[in-house]
Design a protein around this ligand. Structure first.
Ligand code: SF4
Length: 291
């Protein structure tokens, strides 16, 4: 039986950079906070928690932290901004309260912030193709100073009404589905908005999805490793299940309860952007040794 790992699996560039930033900051001995969990992976977050890293859950908590830090005087904590990025007003809170921070926003997300900020200032209506509840989308929205709409489906794009004479700037969440984005772009073009579309889908997502699909198409059993709250991992699961009926979604090695029939020739493994290499290796070795 062969065990094959997808070519692009696990941490993407932006997430790796953010997680490494936190581990580096831990070495400074300062009190470290991350604005939101650094990665959608409970194992990593737990490991960091054991090293004293705390998670700020939102604006209110950040304001409370700023107040406490001001009251204490000398010792100011360091806040790390994760790869998803944050709205502009979070930087304002950090700056106004003299809180130290390290910005680990992925450069690809930062680029979207700069685009929407600039186009908003020019008066364009910003349209974000993405999940309105996702922190990355909330962050992008927070850099717009004018009208902004978030559309998740082509039907929503169809129903979007612009004011007469309005110009439009369309961007996408970095993990958005490419085909869905293309469908939406066509809808905007039919409405007469031919320019102002910037495809900001990240290659890392597409490559990971493509290599997962290729293995799943050949595999008898497919294992997708990812965090419960990781949307890109769930997307990988959907893609693989369409290709391979025996697709399993696991968070940790403990979730893996495989009873493989003798006829299995190929077990494929892939992992979401928030899955550390160590875990991928553990799963790979487990399957190799036990079956
Ligand atoms: Fe950056 Fe792409 Fe990873 Fe998102 S998926 S964090 S944009 S490298």
């Amino acid at each position: 039986m062969e065990v094959r790992l997808a070519e692009c699996a696990g941490f993407c560039f932006g997430v790796r950079r953010a997680v490494e930033t936190v581990y580096e900051q831990v070495q400074t001995g300062k009190t470290i906070y991350t604005y939101g969990p650094i990665v959608h992976n409970e194992e990593v977050v737990r490991d960091l928690e054991e090293k004293g890293v705390r998670v700020i859950e939102g604006r209110e908590e950040l304001l409370r932290l700023a107040e406490e830090a001001a009251g204490r005087g000398e010792e100011t904590p360091t806040v790390i901004i994760r790869a998803h990025g944050v709205p502009k007003d979070i930087y304002d809170i950090l700056d106004k309260n003299n809180l130290e921070y390290v910005d680990a926003t992925c450069p690809f997300v930062k680029k979207i912030h700069r685009i929407v900020e600039r186009e908003s200032e020019k008066g364009r209506h910003v349209v974000i193709a993405g999940d309105p509840t996702h922190p990355e989308v909330e962050g992008i929205r927070g850099w717009c100073s004018g009208p902004v709409s978030i559309v998740e489906t082509p039907a929503e794009a169809e129903n979007l009404v612009f004011s007469p004479g309005e110009t439009v700037c369309v961007v996408s969440q970095t993990t958005f589905n490419y085909n869905k984005f293309q469908d939406m772009v066509e809808i905007f073009q039919k409405k007469g908005y031919n320019d102002g579309v910037v495809n900001t889908i990240c290659n890392a997502t597409e490559e990971r999805q493509r290599s997962a699909k290729a293995i799943a198409a050949e595999a008898d059993v497919m294992i997708v490793i990812g965090g419960r709250h990781s949307s890109n991992s769930r997307k990988l699961y959907d893609i693989c299940s369409r290709e391979c009926a025996n697709t399993y979604f696991i968070q940790t090695l403990d979730d893996l309860r495989l009873e493989l029939p003798k006829a299995v020739r190929l077990v494929g493994i892939t992992a979401g952007a928030s899955t550390p290499n160590k875990l991928i290796e553990e799963v790979q070795n487990y399957v190799r040794i036990n079956f």
